[in-house]
Design a binder for this molecule. Structure first.
Ligand code: DAH
Length: 315
């Protein structure tokens, strides 16, 4: 039997012999059934024979499998002239790239990153920001209201409130995240991303604001110099309020961000004494900055999830 196993040439034959030996009606199976009639020595002998045979089957099986594998490999030809399939490795989304750049610049200026919930209550999104219930400035932002009176955050300014409530003054923070408004065209989507900066201390001034904004833009766009235009504006949470434009490619002015000195009422709402502390805040959309930096022309494309478009755009 042992020789027979060793000489078997195919896996099929081996399988057949295995069944004939250990199968339901196999020879070994039959002998094992009669084991109770044997004396101790004969039993031990039979057990040994049983396990030796099983082991032999196993060894022969792996030998034959190995042979089959090698034979198969020899038949295969590798055509090294074929171009390999390009690998489809994932990359970071442009918005993620922009966020990483923006965060590392602001952190290098000493701003600390804060986040907040996207479903906000009225207090943090509006009221604490000096925009009480019937304030006309609420119409500046087309809000998604939830049935319980909460809103989808319309502005990351809500995060500055949360940070001041929690940490008080002095504080130098930036908040980032998704914001939501009922609007949709090539440069606006119902969801977009904002960055909010805030710096409150004893003698922070508008000049500090403009300096930080200018340096930030220089680094983000990797330009030697950026030309800014400061226009007076209105936001309920800043007084005075400004809008910052940037000269783009030598010819046109781009509106980039809103900013201003934080309104004393906003500080008071967060438990900070405006007689002692003052400072600035600024806010802007970072999808827009990403579009400018990477030369993209339709904001909605950023969120379509179309990999062909992302690859075409160089990502
Ligand atoms: N929250 C404003 C908006 O969404 C942007 C903004 C303007 C933020 C001025 C500020 C600020 O902090 O000072 O339109």
């Amino acid at each position: 039997m042992q020789e027979q196993i060793k000489n078997i040439k195919t896996l099929e034959d081996l399988q057949a012999l295995y069944v004939a030996t250990f199968g339901k009606n196999g020879t070994m199976t039959a002998r094992l059934k009669e084991m109770k009639n044997l004396d101790n020595d004969a039993r031990a002998e039979l057990n040994k024979e049983n396990s030796t045979l099983r082991e032999l089957f196993k060894v022969r099986q792996s030998e034959l499998e190995q042979q089959a594998l090698m034979a198969g490999l020899q038949k295969q030809k590798l055509d090294v002239s074929l171009n390999p399939e390009p690998e489809n490795t994932g990359t970071l989304h442009p918005i993620t790239h922009a966020l990483a750049d923006i965060s590392s610049i602001l952190e290098s200026f000493g701003y600390e990153l804060w986040t907040g919930p996207e479903v906000e209550d009225d207090w943090h999104n509006f009221t604490a920001l000096n925009t009480p219930m019937h304030h006309p400035a609420r119409d500046m932002q087309d809000t998604f209201f939830l049935p319980n009176g909460n809103v989808m955050r319309t502005q990351t300014s809500a995060i500055q409130i949360r940070s001041m409530e929690k940490k008080g003054a002095p504080i130098k923070m930036f908040g980032i995240g998704a914001t939501y408004r009922k609007e949709m065209d090539a440069t606006h989507g119902p969801m977009f991303h904002q960055i909010e900066g805030l710096y409150i201390d004893k003698d922070v001034t508008m000049t500090d604001l403009i300096g930080d904004v200018q340096e930030f833009l220089k680094r983000f766009f990797e330009m030697d110099n950026v030309e800014l235009r400061i226009r007076p504006s209105y936001f309920p949470f800043t007084e005075p309020s400004i809008e910052v434009d940037m000269k783009w490619r030598g010819d046109k002015w781009l509106e980039l961000m809103g900013a201003g000195m934080v309104h004393p009422d906003v500080l008071r709402n967060c438990g900070i004494n405006p007689e002692e502390y003052q400072g600035f805040a600024f806010g802007f959309g970072w999808d827009r900055l990403a579009m400018l930096k990477y030369g993209l022309n339709d904001l909605r494309k950023l969120y379509d999830g179309d990999i062909r478009w992302l690859k075409n755009a160089g990502f």
